[in-house]
Design a protein around this ligand. Structure first.
Ligand SMILES: *Cc1c(COP(=O)(O)O)cnc(C)c1O
Length: 356
């Protein structure tokens, strides 16, 4: 009898392990080598590494496809952008992750490609209109940091119909909350630096391609090999170790975020709360403009003032302090990456800092 597929909360624990044989270790170790003895399946470590394979064997099935590990989220982004033919057209949200916006802008300035920026990913008609004759649809949902949610199923279906390659940055949702390949995406991208690894101690990225994406997978693998955008074995081992607890980390972080979003909605110093109803990122717009937002970030004790997200520890940042952050992001917006601490401690700290 065929076994039913394990739930994602099981897969994060069980996948990417060595075969259960007598004496086998529990986990694939970090294989620290630059080269391999000749005549094996892989001869050099820029081409393959068993620790990458373990990580990819865990992340791939979680997203419903085949994964490739990269040195960082941006390395994975650059690999996908490399699929666009010279002079081709990319459709992308004007307020996507700022590294993506800057990467695409500079590629356009070099004459490598053209970008059609879409101001609002929730405007399905506008995004589909922009797809005419395009080569790549780049989507992020929820977007960073405005937390807009796109109608992925519709947009991805239209892209497929028109022969436009589609990629979804699934960093914010994780495969536990959203599986873009099932919604029709050709490629999923992650900054594994964030939730997948989850401990703010490494940089890594991933691409995942679906069952019809074998050719795309090969091109991405070739790009990784020849651009050298390869992750270190130690980072990969730590990321897989972090992935083991993704389900429990996310469950707690999401519950904390839902509770804080509800309380922040009633806070006298907060005039807008952006929370898509899932995930563990909440963006707030606070009184006092940019200075008010900076004061909040400087005043917390538990919440760490830092630019990243997706770690076990709660972090906050006024996004517009970053050069290159799109102007669509309000100056008084503070992005909260809600961690797994006790929610009452998080609230007390945030409330006190907001009240100054
Ligand atoms: C952080 C981030 C990236 C870039 O990933 P790095 O690992 O920092 O290179 C891309 N997309 C989103 C949504 C991110 O949050």
């Amino acid at each position: 009898m065929p076994q039913p597929a394990d739930a994602p909360a099981t897969q994060v624990v069980s996948l990417g392990r060595p075969p259960q044989e007598p004496g086998a270790p529990m986990s694939v170790p970090p294989v620290l080598t630059s080269t391999y003895v000749a005549d094996g399946p892989v001869n050099y470590a820029r081409v393959g590494n068993p620790t990458w394979t373990a990580f990819e064997d865990a992340v791939g099935p979680l997203e419903g496809g085949r994964a490739l590990a990269f040195a960082s989220g941006m390395a994975a982004v650059a690999a996908v952008v490399s699929l666009v033919p010279v002079g081709g057209t990319v459709v992308a949200p004007a307020a996507a992750y700022n590294g993506v916006v800057v990467h695409l802008t500079e590629a356009a300035e070099r004459g490598q490609l053209q970008v059609r920026w879409v101001d609002d990913v929730t405007d399905t008609a506008a995004v589909t209109a922009a797809l005419e004759g395009a080569d790549l649809l780049w989507l992020e949902s929820p977007t960073n940091p405005l937390l807009d949610v796109a109608d992925l199923r519709t947009l991805l279906a239209v892209a497929r119909e028109r022969g436009v390659l589609s990629a979804v940055d699934n960093t914010f949702a994780t495969p536990l909350l959203q599986r873009p390949l099932e919604l029709g995406a050709d490629v999923v991208v992650h900054s594994a630096t964030k939730y997948l690894a989850g401990h703010s101690d490494l940089l890594m990225g991933v691409t995942v391609t679906g069952s019809e994406g074998a050719a795309t997978h090969e091109r991405l693998a070739r790009h990784r090999q020849l651009s050298g955008a390869v992750p270190g074995p130690m980072e990969t081992w730590l990321a897989l170790r972090g992935l083991r607890t993704l389900a429990v980390r996310l469950e707690r972080a999401c519950a904390n975020a839902a509770e804080l979003a509800a309380r922040l909605g009633d806070h006298p110093r907060v005039h807008r709360v952006r929370y898509p109803g899932f995930g563990a990122i909440v963006s707030i717009e606070v009184d006092g403009g940019a200075e008010g937002a900076e004061r909040l970030c400087a005043a917390t004790r538990l919440w760490v003032h830092a630019t990243s997200l997706g770690g076990v520890e709660s972090q906050l940042e006024r996004r517009r302090r970053q050069p290159g952050e799109p102007e669509a992001v309000p100056v008084d917006l503070v992005r909260l990456s809600v961690g797994i601490e006790d929610v009452e401690d998080l609230w007390r700290d945030l409330d006190a800092a907001l009240r100054g």
